[in-house]
Design a protein around this ligand. Structure first.
Ligand code: KIV
Length: 295
């Protein structure tokens, strides 16, 4: 029997039942592999900007960039994973109408839901309008990378009581607005535990400790493919970057040393060998094609 695709209600229903495994993906192969590995949710994250496009932060990522990559992930992840498209900076900040239209473009690109950062009252209004257009929304609070300039860096959030209280209020507001899950990024484990207990939708942690209903990590961090700063909450499960570099290095050495391609196993041959040599292989046969003859 073909396994069924996770849905927004099925992910929501996992709260209190089993932990949710979410991972980012950015293209056809990562979408296909994450799906085949059994990811409950695949996030086409705007971390794309840093780990795929080489920007120092996520702020330069555009809706067009995100849609291009969402389409590729959707072509790869065709089995069970729910696909969430991350709305990039400026795509939901200007007006409610523009935000709804941009969110809809993600759905048309193959996402099943969108993720929006922040939980202040004006953001809740925008999220309600997106939900009103039948587009499921995943919230994201704590360290919200699109606010890196306002926050003064990629740092732990909710450290003092006032900030902790604000984050609890935002989580409750997002849940009451109708979000189906909330990412908690870089907040103390104890605060994540309180938020997880206080709301009736799943929390998905990243640098938020083990008490969340699920966890998310960035594809390149899990696999050892990113050479930028790696925060302490990342667990690296492979060193694929080093393997890739070594494989490409071996290929280049084989080319330079004449070991690739092998004429017996990695090349095509013609039955016309003798004739070809007889006609064209003899010294003195003019092989230069005058440019005119190409027209
Ligand atoms: O863009 C992203 O990858 C994210 C996750 C880290 C939650 O927002």
């Amino acid at each position: 029997m073909t396994p069924k695709r996770n849905t927004v209600p099925s992910i929501r229903a996992m709260k209190g039942t089993r932990r949710i495994g979410m991972v980012t993906a950015y293209d056809y192969p990562s979408g296909r592999l994450a799906d085949a590995a059994g990811a409950d949710v695949i996030l086409v994250g705007d971390s794309l900007g840093m780990v795929v496009l080489g920007y120092p932060d996520t702020l330069s990522v555009t809706v067009e960039d995100m849609l291009h990559h969402t389409r590729a992930v959707a072509r790869g992840a065709v089995q069970t994973s729910l696909i969430v498209g991350d709305m990039p900076y400026l795509s939901y900040h200007v007006s409610v109408e523009e935000s709804v239209r941009n969110a809809g473009r993600f759905i048309q690109a193959g996402a099943h839901a969108v993720k929006v950062e922040g939980g202040k009252p004006s953001r809740i209004k925008t999220i309600q309008a997106i939900l009103d257009a039948e587009i499921p929304v995943m919230g994201h609070i704590g360290l919200t990378p699109q606010s890196v300039n306002a926050l003064g860096g990629f740092r732990l959030q909710g450290k003092n009581n006032d900030d902790a209280r604000r984050l609890i209020d935002e989580a409750i507001a997002l849940a009451q607005a109708g979000c189906f899950a909330i990412v908690l990024e870089m907040v103390p484990s104890e605060l994540a535990a309180i938020i997880t207990e206080r709301i009736n939708i799943p929390t998905i942690g990243i640098g938020a400790g083990p008490h969340c209903d699920g966890q998310v990590l960035v594809w390149h961090d899990i696999l050892g493919l990113y050479d930028g700063h790696t925060p302490k909450f990342v667990r690296r499960y492979a060193n694929v970057g080093a393997d890739m570099q070594s494989a490409i290095g071996q290929y280049l050495a084989d080319v330079r040393e004449g070991r690739f391609p092998d004429d017996a196993t990695e090349a095509y041959h013609t039955a016309n060998d003798e004739e070809l040599k007889r006609i064209y292989g003899a010294a003195g046969v003019a092989l230069d094609v005058p440019p005119k003859a190409l027209n």
